[in-house]
Design a protein around this ligand. Structure first.
Ligand SMILES: [Zn+2]
Length: 378
């Protein structure tokens, strides 16, 4: 692992992986670049006691609470690639100060769980949980419709499409005092919402952060959440990905805005990091030539095509074959945040930018293998 990236990158392998009842080491190598150690920063005021008993501060530990910086990935829409940022773990004071408890009538239904799709026992399924933020008690039907639409977007992308039978999909209703989320439309807008979601996180307009302590409390209402998608009630483009979570009972969290089409791709991209052990295929963020070892990630490599073929390494079986992400599978230099020394399988793909809505062949295989790990309890 290159020393220059130590701020974002954490050691690969099981030592950096969450302790799980299954899947002890889902994250590896550069796929863990959106590393995150959570800080318990919020006082949970909005969760209804009856419907949401497992709230932090009432016996549930949110896990590692030592860090003051979260590392997130976001896509600001101005360029082809994502960006990685360190953001303050604690919610801004101006958001915390606005928090008030839910009224008794608002608590009714807060934390309610519904199944969008249930295909089998959670121990043998990938459980995806969508939680709403910025929806008032009267707007929960709106949330359910938004969640269905977002799930439909995810399920329209292969290999999710042909493997939905390996997934359960749940919605958790979170009742917010205010409609909409903070930072929308302007930076100074402050809303009191169940998950504390806010644009302009760390001064970046499209970076949509959430209070993951609160996310955790709601996610726990659903059976065995593996991947969490926070659906923020907003038409503004934005989102964020938190991966490689430690001390939480799920593997990844992404945020997206409910009424912006492209935001669904953020959730797909982030889920692919968590599920498929996939690295980012964009080449921004690090300077110089990558000097590290061959990464664990299945979709980036230090080997150019001939060497990959000679070694029988990584995606050698796919080399030269038509690729759903465009062209043929090959080795294109520039990946894993480096412009040189690391190769990606295709010119573009969903792990590089959002110009295509396709994963390339190696990434598809990584995802399919990931689905198998969830369904077979490895
Ligand atoms: Zn990424």
């Amino acid at each position: 692992m290159p020393a220059s990236s130590s701020r974002q990158l954490r050691p690969s392998g099981p030592s950096g992986s969450p302790s799980r009842r299954r899947r002890p080491a889902l994250f590896g190598g550069l796929a863990g670049a959106v590393a995150l150690v959570l800080c318990a920063s919020g006082v949970l005021g909005g969760s209804g006691a009856a419907a949401a008993p497992a709230v932090p501060g009432q016996g549930e530990s949110p896990g590692t609470a030592a860090a003051t910086v979260d590392h997130v990935e976001h896509f600001d829409g101005s360029g082809p690639a994502g960006y990685r940022s360190g953001v303050p773990a604690a919610a801004p004071d101006r958001l915390v100060e606005r928090r008030r408890p839910l009224a008794p009538v608002e608590r009714r239904g807060d934390g309610r769980v519904s199944a969008l799709q249930r295909t089998g026992p959670s121990a043998e399924r990938l459980d995806i949980v969508l939680i709403g933020d910025g929806y008032t008690a009267d707007q929960q039907e709106d949330f359910r419709q938004d969640a269905e639409a977002k799930w439909a977007d995810v399920a329209a992308i292969e290999p999710f499409t042909s493997h939905t039978g390996q997934m359960n999909v749940w919605t958790v209703e979170a009742v917010s005092r205010d409609s909409g989320v903070s930072g929308d439309p302007a930076q100074d807008v402050v809303k009191d919402t169940a998950l504390g979601t806010y644009f302009w996180c760390d001064g970046m307009e499209r970076l949509l952060c959430a209070d993951l302590t609160r996310v955790d409390s709601y996610a726990r209402q659903a059976p065995a959440a593996d991947i969490v998608i926070v659906v923020a009630n907003s038409a503004k483009y934005g989102g964020a990905g938190y991966n490689r979570l430690t001390g939480y009972p799920f593997d990844g969290v992404s945020t997206l805005s409910s009424d912006h089409d492209s935001s669904s791709l953020i959730a797909v991209h982030e889920a692919a990091h968590s599920i498929g052990r996939l690295a980012d295929e964009y080449d921004e963020g690090e300077s110089g030539v990558y000097q590290g070892p061959e990464p664990e990630d299945v979709n980036i490599s230090t080997y150019p095509a001939q060497e990959m073929a000679d070694r029988g390494a990584k995606w050698h079986d796919w080399l030269g074959k038509p690729d759903p992400a465009g062209g043929s599978t090959g080795t294109f230099e520039g990946a894993g945040y480096y412009g040189q020394g690391l190769y990606r399988p295709t010119e573009t793909s969903l792990m590089r930018d959002f110009s295509v809505r396709e994963f390339n062949n190696p990434s598809r295989q990584g995802l399919v293998d990931g689905f198998e790990r969830y369904t077979h309890g490895e």
